[in-house]
Write a protein of this length. Structure first.
Length: 78
């Protein structure tokens, strides 16, 4: 297995989290959340051809990032 793909997944997840964390309080529209999902899916597509366990790792890390963003959003709205 190429360890660089794991590094890329982690790096892409960090860039994704950083981008959306910076704007979470400014952009709360449905469009914001739809764009987030679209971008996450595009990152996932980049793992095509990788073993299932690598793709599952990507799904898990992106789900965790999105769950974190959702929870931060909920807390910020209170």
């Amino acid at each position: 297995m190429d360890i660089n793909i794991i590094y890329k997944i982690i790096t892409d997840a960090w860039k994704f989290a950083k981008k959306y964390l910076a704007n979470i309080d400014k952009n709360t529209s449905d469009e914001y959340w739809s764009k987030m999902v679209e971008e996450s899916n595009a990152i996932y597509v980049s793992t095509e051809g990788q073993p299932d366990y690598v793709r599952q790792f990507h799904k898990d890390i992106m789900k965790a990032v999105i769950a974190l963003l959702e929870e931060i959003y909920r807390k910020e709205r209170k």
